[in-house]
Design a protein around this ligand. Sequence first.
Ligand code: SAH
Ligand code: SF4
Length: 390
Amino acid sequence: MTRKATHFDILDVPGAPEVTPKALFGMDREALASLLAEMGESAWRGRQLAEAIYVQRLTSINDITTLPLALRGRLTREGWEVGRPAIVQVFRSVDGTERYLVQGQSSGAKGVPETVETVWMPEGDEGEAGDGTEAGSDKRWERATICVSSQVGCAVNCQFCLTAKLGLQRNLGAGEIAGQVVAVLERQGVEIGKDRLNLVFMGMGEPLLNYDNFMGAVRLLVEEVGLSPLRMTVSTSGIVPGIESFGREPAEIRPKLAISLNAPNDAVRSEVMPVNRKWPIEAVIDAVRKVPLRPRERITFEYVLLGGVTNQPEHAREVARLVRRTGLPAKVNLIAWNPGPGIPYEMPAAGSVERFRDLLAAEGVPVYLRRPRGRDIYAACGQLKRTLES
Ligand code: SAH
Ligand code: SF4
């Protein structure tokens, strides 16, 4: 199939569910067990139910054949539904990235957007024709990353970010956060434990300002879906009380941590990220130091390069000093700023991104260049904002 590279490509997926007041999706196996216990069922049925919705990824109670027919009937009569968030629209980029609008589980107040954005980024093996040795598999990726949203909109107001323009519309529930992942796993036919998959909580919203639901989702993804927390990274703009709570989470369910540094010093950071006035760089670093790291674990500092504002050679040297001074095992991820309508910044000049990287590397700081994915469909970092006209 030859598809002409258009600005973006919209594929409609039918079947947006109604708002689901009694959703099983989002409950862990203990909660499911106590629900069934109230119905006079034995506790192990809770495990079966969890297996059905999180591992088998079934979306209709009727299809859960491990449960007796009578029990399925009773759950349905009492108004229960699986209620997993569903992909209602797909935007496909020329680079293979897909951006989804995912219908949540509640609509909140009237007029509040119900959908959030989730991004699928396949990597490796791109464009290579199959040579037949992969018979039986039509996978066109070697590893993939799912970018997950934690809120509808965001309250943090970073000046360079499109999501900030929405303001905070509402928090997502744990089931709505985990549901984005399971819906995409299902769409892509991902096999847990076999395929290489990373999750990044870097979509819309500030995860640490929706802490309980965010960690609730992580717990579901680790304990019920079977994903490893070491393959998950949560990114924060530097919410100090959230980082402190995060540091107290057990290592078995704690994702890796990324801090959106984005500026070489407090003066510039306060300008581009007003949240820095409340929690300046040193306060954030102090909180990060208290997070107990696992062997070989590193803290990621994300750094958005804004043309003229944060991408100058002296900024690079300042960032190197700052990162070294933290004494933390760390790496820096550079992201060239992705433009958005009505945002008064400029993309970094050609060559300045590589120069910035080389300066950090020369100072001995591990540094990576994040290549923008799905820019043509507004799926790249900081471009997520529900298409309000849809
Ligand atoms: N709220 C969290 C996570 C979501 S934003 C946070 O801010 O960390 C994920 C990353 O995208 C952050 O590092 C943020 O600095 C970056 N980002 C935001 N807008 C961007 C843009 N327009 N171009 C490139 N990166 C952007
Ligand atoms: Fe919110 Fe992150 Fe965007 Fe800042 S960069 S406004 S914290 S989503």
